[in-house]
Design a protein around this ligand. Sequence first.
Ligand code: FES
Length: 122
Amino acid sequence: MMRMTGQEWVSIGTLHDIPQRGARCVRNGDMTIAVFRTADDRVFAMEDKCPHRAGPLSQGIVHDGCVTCPLHNWIISLETGRAQGADEGGTATFAVRLEGQRILLALPCGSAAAVAESCDHG
Ligand code: FES
């Protein structure tokens, strides 16, 4: 039997909902996913959890295809979720794409109903 890795594209808002070089958070069950927008309007998504000590990457600074964790300044690649430089570790990434201005996030099938947008950057 063929196994399918079931994913579905879930609309999570528009590009304008995210400040340039910023992020917004999407809840998916127990997980918070940070969706980032770069200065040149590319979007990336990864778990909002630094591989070092689980710092909130959504509150970090976006630069050069990376985000710097607000807690201890680890630099995480937005594309791969991997820590850069001498630091080791990684964060789960999610496929995300733009359809016009609309942002679509790939989530495992069935989890879409659990998605509720929240944006607590306080
Ligand atoms: S928790 Fe991110 S650098 Fe320490």
